[in-house]
Design a protein around this ligand. Structure first.
Ligand SMILES: Cc1cc2nc3c(=O)[nH]c(=O)nc-3n(C[C@H](O)[C@H](O)[C@H](O)COP(=O)(O)OP(=O)(O)OC[C@H]3O[C@@H](n4cnc5c(N)ncnc54)[C@H](O)[C@@H]3O)c2cc1C
Length: 300
């Protein structure tokens, strides 16, 4: 595959570009092989041009944020990975809104909200994804979700035009948005917040982070909750009831701290995680009749 046009576009914008780079070190699972090209865009125009060149030249491309909800093959990915991350991550205040580039981390956005005395995003403190990834998945925790705080976003449509969409049109529901599988690229997000007390916001965020540390296996690489919450159940409880706590396949393991997490216990291969996910699904279906659905996205 020829990537000359992508190299030239990255050069034009001064965007970082890497060739034959293992993607594992950019993922929260620490899994994933060599990718042909990884570009780290630094502006909306740069994203638009790279995506449009890929479309024009018939190059397969992938849009990622901080890779905290993906499991990527050990064979890596052919084509272009557009990693919308820290190089495109400005955050600014306008009234009671924060307007954030898609690559801004949720941690950065929450910290900014706290520093500005803006309340509403406390629930999201500790979600390790990017603003774009969190909107794409309608990420949520501790009783809140992106749906509650997003006012509008700017995105690149499949014809290469930059457009604005209001919350009501985003079809935000449990771990789903209109962006899922649509080919649209989220460029920036406006969060509508309310004035609050800085100390109270900080205290709430600290409380939430403590709960995360107590309950989640943050000491191991993972992609967060492996499965969606099935209606009327908790995935972790179903998995624990099936006797799978600590179950291992190669280097992958059902966390002993929280059975809803598959962790990379020790140099897990892509195949180890795929197999353990299938084993869990089979066992839980047999034992309780509940069909677990993956929350993390498997990319191969
Ligand atoms: C320790 C840990 C804890 C977690 N806790 C939570 C939690 O409490 N709640 C929760 O909901 N999730 C949680 N997650 C999962 C994850 O952080 C979220 O799903 C987050 O939304 C993923 O964002 P990302 O930037 O990493 O997306 P990625 O993993 O990079 O991508 C996920 C999907 O989003 C798409 N995408 C990313 N950016 C864009 C963009 N700009 N435009 C269009 N599409 C895009 C990708 O194509 C991909 O399909 C956790 C993960 C970990 C590792």
């Amino acid at each position: 595959m020829e990537y000359g046009s992508i190299t030239a576009a990255a050069g034009k914008y001064g965007a970082k570009i890497l060739y034959n780079e293992r993607i594992a070190k950019y993922t929260s699972f620490n899994i994933g092989g060599e990718c042909d090209v990884i570009v780290f865009p630094n502006s909306a125009e740069c994203i638009a041009e790279i995506v449009s060149l890929c479309r024009k030249d018939g190059i397969k491309y992938y849009i990622f944020g901080r890779c905290t909800n993906v499991l990527i093959s050990d064979d890596g990915l052919r084509g272009v990975v557009v990693m919308i991350d820290g190089d495109f991550s400005s955050v600014r205040r306008e009234g009671n809104c924060l307007i954030c580039d898609a690559g801004a981390s949720m941690t950065k956005i929450c910290t900014e909200a706290k520093n500005e005395g803006l309340s509403g995003l406390e629930f999201a403190y500790g979600i390790p994804g990017s603003a774009g990834g969190c909107l794409y998945m309608n990420a949520g925790a501790f009783g809140g979700e992106m749906k509650d705080v997003v006012k509008y976003c700017d995105y690149l449509d499949t014809d290469g035009n930059i457009k604005r969409m209001e919350n009501a049109k985003m079809q935000l529901s449990y771990r789903h948005s209109v962006f899922c599988g649509s080919g649209k690229v989220i460029l920036s997000i406006c969060y509508e917040l309310t004035e609050g007390d800085k100390d109270q916001i900080a205290a709430k965020m600290n409380e939430i982070m403590t709960k995360r540390r107590d309950k989640q296996p943050l000491e191991y690489p993972s992609a967060g909750s492996t499965f969606k919450r099935p209606e009327g159940y908790f995935a972790g409880k179903l998995i624990e009831d099936s006797g799978l706590k600590g179950y291992r396949v190669g280097g992958a393991q059902v966390s002993e701290k929280h059975c809803g997490f598959v962790i990379n216990r020790e140099n897990a291969a892509f195949a180890d995680v795929k197999k353990i996910i299938q084993d869990i699904k089979d066992r839980v279906l047999d034992d309780s009749g509940v069909e677990l659905e993956c929350e993390l996205l498997v990319i191969e």
